[in-house]
Design a protein around this ligand. Structure first.
Ligand code: HGY
Ligand code: MN
Ligand code: MN
Length: 422
């Protein structure tokens, strides 16, 4: 049974992705201290790409890489026409879950294998993509590979991104060898795109719905902020004479929370803002910090509102100087607008799920995805399957194998329909 094949591959990618290679077949086997560390530039990432490359080769796909590390496996169709593309990402957040991104990569590959095994004569080529750096956990901004493909980020700017150690993306690709000279022109080469992904929220799980048919992906921005105070002695510097970067950061974190809560209450509840990254230097209990770095993630389902929220946060950053005598710098690391997905692709996904007698609901995605970038150039859609208790970006992330199977069956049917020439 090919779900067994999928289960083995997802579990193996999870095993390869952990710091201590542990295979987890059931939710009971999850351990909050044993998450996935498949960040771009790590051995776990190289092992994962090599593993998927092996699966693509075994499936007889034609393998190509572009200049920013996007990887493609192509199964030719009966006609040389623009391809139907599916796929997702393999990189993870630090200490992440074993399904985020992987379900879309292995699921896309499985759909192509099933079409080949049943001898389905698809007209358009079908291409499985593994996009580089979707999570932004290594190079400081998200959805790198798909943003370059969609013309939202230049190749040069992508290649010049550096990680925490100052290693450039260009150098990382040279080290891993997972790079090529393919110049994929989305508008000319791709007819449409479908991504299978775990919901990462609790809507499908709470309503016991099998399939989420995504019609919109939330807008999201990242800010990196550096606050500079005056490094000094914690014992000899009177409270009245401090320029304390860390105290001002604490103030900012609470302001960020309040602005997002106010906007969420005022509108549809989609506004969120998170300070998920905080780095004090020199980070010692008896030293007043020299600098504090913060990473802020801001999201809203309406572009104009995200703009308002971002400006409130930027004003709050500027206001710290007056109250704490610190100096501040804020950089927008990435900004993705709300992406409405293609009614044609959304309708096809819905029809296929109904044909398979699976319960569906239209759903907005509150997580960002590569589909949000591709949707700017080609008709795109997404298929969601339930996340247990809505948990994600956590080692405790789980999706049932039966739901993964349902998602793959919908994807397989959808690729069949979309690969027919009009
Ligand atoms: O952050 C996100 O929403 C996605 O998982 N990268
Ligand atoms: Mn993802
Ligand atoms: Mn993610």
């Amino acid at each position: 049974m090919s779900l067994e094949r999928v289960r083995k591959e997802v579990v193996e990618l999870g095993r390869l992705g952990r710091r201590e290679p542990v295979a987890v077949h059931r939710a009971e086997g999850l351990d909050p201290s044993k998450g996935i560390f498949r960040l771009e530039g790590t051995r776990q990432m190289t092992d994962a790409r090599e593993f998927v490359l092996g699966l693509m080769r075994k499936a007889g796909l034609e393998i190509r890489f572009d200049r920013v590390g996007n990887m493609f496996g192509r199964r030719q169709g009966r006609v040389s026409a623009r391809a139907v593309m599916s796929g997702s990402h393999l990189d993870s957040v630090a200490n992440g879950g074993q399904f985020d991104g992987v379900v879309g990569v292995v699921g896309g590959l499985e759909a192509v294998r099933r079409l080949a095994e049943e001898g389905y004569p698809h007209e358009r080529p079908i291409e499985i993509a593994v996009f580089f750096g979707e999570e932004g956990s290594a190079f400081g901004r998200g959805a790198i590979g798909s943003a370059v493909l969609a013309g939202m980020l230049s190749q040069a700017d992508a290649l010049n991104l550096t990680d925490e150690n100052g290693t450039s993306l260009r150098e990382t690709l040279r080290w891993s060898g997972h790079v090529g000279d393919l110049e994929m022109q989305l508008a000319d080469d791709v007819a449409c795109f479908v991504e299978l992904h775990v919901e990462q929220g609790s809507r499908l799980y709470n309503t016991r719905t099998r399939i989420g048919v995504v019609d919109r992906v939330i807008g999201s921005s990242w800010l990196s902020i550096v606050i500079t105070g005056q490094q000094n002695h914690a014992g000899t510097t009177p409270m009245s004479e401090r320029t304390d970067a860390l105290v001002s950061a604490a103030d900012l974190i609470l302001q960020v929370k309040r602005y997002a809560e106010t906007m969420a209450r005022q509108y549809d509840g989609s506004a969120v803002a998170t300070v998920g990254r905080l780095k004090a230097f020199p980070n010692a209990p008896n030293v007043l910090s020299e600098t504090v770095e913060l990473g802020v993630d801001v999201r809203e389902m309406v572009d104009e509102r995200m703009e308002i929220l971002m400006n409130q946060i930027l004003d709050a950053v500027s206001g710290l100087g007056g109250r704490y005598q610190v100096s501040t710098e804020a950089v927008v690391r990435h900004k993705f607008g709300v992406a409405d997905l293609s009614p044609t692709v959304v309708g096809t996904i819905e029809r296929c799920a109904c044909r398979l007698r699976l319960t569906t609901s239209r759903i907005h995605s509150h997580a960002g995805h590569d589909a949000m970038n591709l949707a700017r150039i080609v008709p795109a859609g997404m298929i969601f399957i339930p996340s247990q208790q809505g948990i994600s970006h956590s080692p405790m992330e789980w999706s049932d194998w039966s739901d993964i199977e349902a998602g793959i069956r919908v994807l397989t049917e959808t690729l069949k329909d979309l690969s027919r020439l009009e």
